[in-house]
Design a protein around this ligand. Structure first.
Ligand SMILES: O=C(O)CCC(=O)C(=O)O
Length: 280
């Protein structure tokens, strides 16, 4: 792509573009892991916010009563995450230095203790889907568009055997339906990741993926599963409350703008957020 705006995130930090190697791996497998994006100093208050959001929500001020409210807003547009989203889902016509070329879609936080099981393989073959489902994958030589994209933030360390999200690498381009013989969790085709706390796994929702059983007795899994979409499409229902968004820096707010495209200039094209132009 010739243009990949914005070049800084909402906090003014330089966006980190994908390397050629990362682009190749993402296109080949349909997912990528970026380890260690946050320091422990950044992570501790984010973990605390997530636990309060899950278990003591009323103790938080209104603008923090959201998965990405308060300190957890830094996860939304971490410079390395923006670098990936710029490359794989941004629609550059709707991007400017002040406005992201993609939108927040929906999210959830998951706190899992040993024994929690989320084995439920779904997705795959998105290369052959039409756009209405958002679960599609497109490519041209040297350019991809990944459709609905999931960014999994791992707030605690993950080891390979712990039971993080699993992927059938390459299945976003699979022409055949997944045979029953390869559908169990014991299949060798499943791939997963190990990473330090404060890492992300990013994948196209057009890829076959699943949760599995979390088995680490010593350490819980604490993750955010945040989805991004093209500006003019939305998969999940709802949007954070206006007071949550108003408490963010202006560029971050553009992740929550209305779901439309438009044309021309000014308020006729969807390159801004304001109180009347937010997603529902
Ligand atoms: O539970 C997991 O690790 C994966 C969740 C999942 O499949 C999804 O969010 O689409």
């Amino acid at each position: 792509m010739s243009e990949l705006l914005p070049t800084t995130n909402a906090d003014g930090l330089p966006v980190i573009p994908m390397t050629e190697e990362q682009k190749y791996v993402f296109d080949l497998k349909g997912w990528i892991c970026l380890p260690g994006l946050l320091t422990e100093e950044q992570l501790a208050p984010v973990r605390e916010h997530q636990m309060k959001f899950l278990y003591e929500r009323d103790s938080l001020p209104a603008e923090e009563q959201n998965n990405h409210g308060g300190v957890s807003q830094i996860l939304l547009d971490n410079p390395a995450v923006v670098g990936v989203l710029n490359e794989i889902i941004s629609h550059q016509r709707l991007a400017s230095e002040d406005c992201y070329g993609f939108r927040f879609d929906h999210t959830y936080t998951s706190h899992r203790q040993a024994g929690h099981d989320n084995f439920n393989p779904h997705g795959g073959g998105g290369f052959f889907s039409f756009g209405g489902s958002s679960h599609y994958y497109q490519m041209q030589p040297e350019k991809i568009h990944a459709g609905l994209v999931r960014v999994v933030w791992e707030l605690n360390e993950v080891e390979k055997k712990d039971g993080a999200t699993m992927f059938l690498s390459g299945s976003h381009k699979a022409a055949f339906p997944r045979p029953k013989s390869l559908s169990g969790r014991e299949s060798d085709l499943w791939e997963t990741y190990a990473c330090p706390a404060g890492s992300v796994a990013i994948f196209t929702e057009s890829l076959c993926h699943t949760g599995t059983q979390w088995v680490n007795e010593e350490r819980d899994r604490l993750s955010l599963f945040t989805c991004y979409n093209t500006v003019n499409a939305k998969w999940g229902k709802g949007c954070p409350a206006p007071e949550v968004i108003e408490a963010m820096a202006p560029k971050r707010r553009t992740l929550f703008r209305g779901v439309w495209h438009g044309m021309n200039e000014g308020e006729k094209i969807n390159r801004y957020y304001d109180g009347a132009n937010h997603a529902v």
